[in-house]
Design a protein around this ligand. Sequence first.
Ligand SMILES: [Zn+2]
Length: 407
Amino acid sequence: MENARCFANRFTDYKGALLVGQGVETVVPTVNAFIDTILKNVPLGPSDCDGGLYDGPAGAAYMLYHVSECAFFTYYRDAYLKIAKQIIDVSMAYVDGEKDKNMKAAFLLGGAGIYAVAAMVYKALGLADFVKPLTKFRSLWEVCSPINFLECGSDELFVGRAGYLCGALVLKQKLGIEILSKDQIQAICGAVVESGKQYALRKRKPSPLMYSYYGTEYLGAAHGLSSVLQMLLCYQDMLTEGDRDLVWQSVDFLMNQEQNCNWPAELGSVIERENELIHWCHGAPGVAYLFAKAYLINKKPQYLDTCIRSGELVWQKGLLKKGPGICHGVSGSAYVFLLLYRLTGNSKYIYRAQRFAEFLFTEEFKVGSCSITSVYSLFEGLSGTVCFLVDLLQPDQSEFPLFSVFV
Ligand SMILES: [Zn+2]
């Protein structure tokens, strides 16, 4: 039976040789052409700034920043950074005027992400003014510290505390300076742990930490347990010993929720094989980053094995029909191979990422994919694809956009 969610993977697997024809001389012009299309089509006006980094114009600004940081694009660097600044300035003005302070603290969907990318772009341009958006980002820690600052759920990645922690991590990595003080980080991480403890106790959950978003107990990277735990692991040195134990217990709990190399979108549901979600947002391709982080910290082989099994499932069922993006599209699948390459050094994973890149240019993909709304955006559309194609040129430095594991 044909799978409704993915194309059949008919590629032969790695036999010891990488693909030729995906080198700098072909990819650089392809990326430049994509950027041209994106800039001609993405709405950039002051009234189009909704969606933040996820599917607003700010995501295109991040993509330009990412490309400009790649050594193969040195010639285009200044031009791309200047356009990135124009775009992010419009988004920043929009967010400055935002009345809802909670939306200002949102990372992927709101102000925190826009301020973070503005600081990166300004810094890359050599502007001392980068301190202004950075200061705005920093000031938001107070907004998201109260334990229930959002009614819908205060801890997930898109609008909650995990997102804010993620933003601080990416900023520290890109700017090379401390973003938050130890006290600030401890206040936020402490709130995440306390919130998860309270929820798990109140709802009698089998995991020591559990969270919900709009009433659903998600497990995946988008709104779920895995990215919350991933961020806590990133700051595990700052946690109390007791809290750190709860985090690791919860990591192992989530590891045991695996069903045939995948995770259900929400806690306790059973995966139907023919209709399973294998997306960065929901499922193995997003959960894998948590176990990658766990493995990088303590080198326990079971965490790496879990990542490898996720990668096998993605190779079989990751040619998704929901577009070229990183959230629930082919580039998001391929990023798992780049992650596995960085964890293992095995060139098989570069080959697999190359095959997925190749598939993006086939008629089968163009004709058989469902239409998506944000065609040019960072998470659903072509801006994310551009980040992936650039990372495939430099796999040793590749990372899923704005979701650092190797910090
Ligand atoms: Zn998605």
